[in-house]
Design a protein around this ligand. Structure first.
Ligand code: ZN
Length: 243
């Protein structure tokens, strides 16, 4: 029997595993443009991989990735699908509420797409306020600079931004190289409009390729090292705080 992936279990197996597992992990991805060189499924590829590895490493179980997220910034690029923030919050809350009375000890909402992190936090707060759930946690990239220290060569965009550049491309080169076309990888650090942090500005108005960073510097080796740091950090957080 598969002890980790809920979608591959019967309901009887899931009933047993969900009770004994440390947590049920829900990966939250997106269908979003990732430059000229990676598929719009990138965040789902990363979410599925991370969800499974985290479940294996922490004696947890993982649900299928939610393939649509809040992608307002990139919504004007073709094949980018965005749920309204409120829709996304309600989807997350409905999934978590469906786990009620099944003996689940903890729920971990894992965002592999940065735009999901703000609404995910709201969903967890509302689940606490409305339902009294104290066991809903949210994880994502956490401290990106520290995770990539000594591994990534290029700067983050505008101090903290990243999208389809060195980090994400390296990750996917390691976990699913067939979905990356490095011949089409480019470097783009779009010039940020002066008011980018004080009003909503769609990316398509100032970014050509959809990339924020330098995808040409990505390698599978960097991706492997970054993932080791990232996984160790999240496993440490889970083992210390979620039991
Ligand atoms: Zn992404």
């Amino acid at each position: 029997m598969n002890r980790t992936v809920i979608a591959e279990m019967t309901w009887k197996q899931a009933q047993e595993r969900m009770k004994e597992a440390r947590a049920v992990i829900l990966p939250l991805g997106s269908l979003e443009q990732h430059g000229y060189h990676m598929s719009v499924n990138t965040d789902n590829i990363v979410g599925e991989y991370m969800g499974r590895v985290l479940a294996e490493r922490t004696d947890s179980v993982v649900l299928p990735v939610v393939p649509y997220g809040q992608v307002w910034s990139a919504k004007d690029f073709p094949a980018t699908i965005s749920l309204r923030e409120r829709t996304f919050i309600e989807v997350v809350k409905d999934i978590v509420t469906s786990l009620e009375n099944k003996g689940v000890r903890n729920v971990i909402l894992f965002s592999s797409h940065w735009g999901n992190t703000a609404p995910v936090k709201i969903a967890a707060r509302e689940l606490l306020d409305e339902k009294g759930y104290r066991n809903v946690y949210y994880l994502s990239y956490m401290d990106l600079k520290r995770l990539g220290e000594g591994i990534m060569e290029t700067e983050l965009w505008n101090g903290s931004g990243f999208h389809a550049g060195e980090i994400e491309t390296s990750i996917v080169l390691h976990i699913k190289p067939e979905s990356v076309d490095m011949e089409k990888a480019v470097c783009e650090y779009p010039k940020a409009p002066g008011d980018v942090d004080i009003r909503p500005i769609p990316w398509i108005t100032f970014c050509e390729s959809g990339i924020f960073g330098d995808a040409t510097k990505a390698t599978a080796e960097k991706g492997k090292k970054f993932l080791e740091n990232w996984i160790d950090t999240l496993v440490g957080l889970i083992e210390t705080n979620i039991c």
